[in-house]
Design a protein. Structure first.
Length: 159
């Protein structure tokens, strides 16, 4: 099935946060303790949705669809050259969704004249990013709302 990538539309904020949580709970739960998973998943409360809509970091937010169903999401922060997010629903893995999202983020990053992207990969996502040409720069720890989370700093040159 072909994967279609498009920008997140107004009114889809709840969908974005819910898909993110489904992906984290379905794909990362075996790699992190429950308190980290809970901190990682942002509940779609009115306050959280309002903050998401503000988009203070000016994220470029994308979604992936298969047959009109949203099955993945991604975000790029141009300031800082950060690939901030790439999440796929558990039932849509290994169908090219994550790869399509990352490649589109890279294309957009290049259009913004960025020459590289950096990211903090979760332990379970490191092999995915490595397969796409991202190099590990070592293990680190990310703070998720007061909970330390093991992560891997990675980067890739775009030109």
């Amino acid at each position: 099935m072909p994967v279609a990538i498009r920008e997140l539309r107004p009114g889809e904020e709840r969908l974005f946060l819910e898909l993110h949580a489904q992906s984290v709970r379905g794909l990362a739960a075996g790699h992190y303790p429950a308190e980290v998973i809970d901190a990682w998943c942002v509940a779609p409360t009115d306050e959280n949705l309002a903050n998401f809509v503000k988009n203070q970091d000016q994220e470029v937010r994308l979604v992936a669809e298969i047959d009109g169903q949203v099955v993945g999401l991604a975000a790029l922060v141009v300031e800082g050259a950060e690939l901030r997010a790439c999440y796929v629903l558990p039932g849509a893995t290994r169908q090219g969704v994550g790869t399509a999202l990352v490649r589109e983020l890279e294309r957009r990053a290049s259009a913004y004249h960025l020459d590289h992207l950096e990211l903090l990969a979760s332990i379970n996502a490191e092999p995915f990013y490595a397969a796409l040409g991202y190099a590990s720069e070592g293990c680190t720890e990310h703070n998720l709302r007061g909970h330390p989370m093991a992560a891997v700093k990675m980067s890739r040159r775009l030109r």
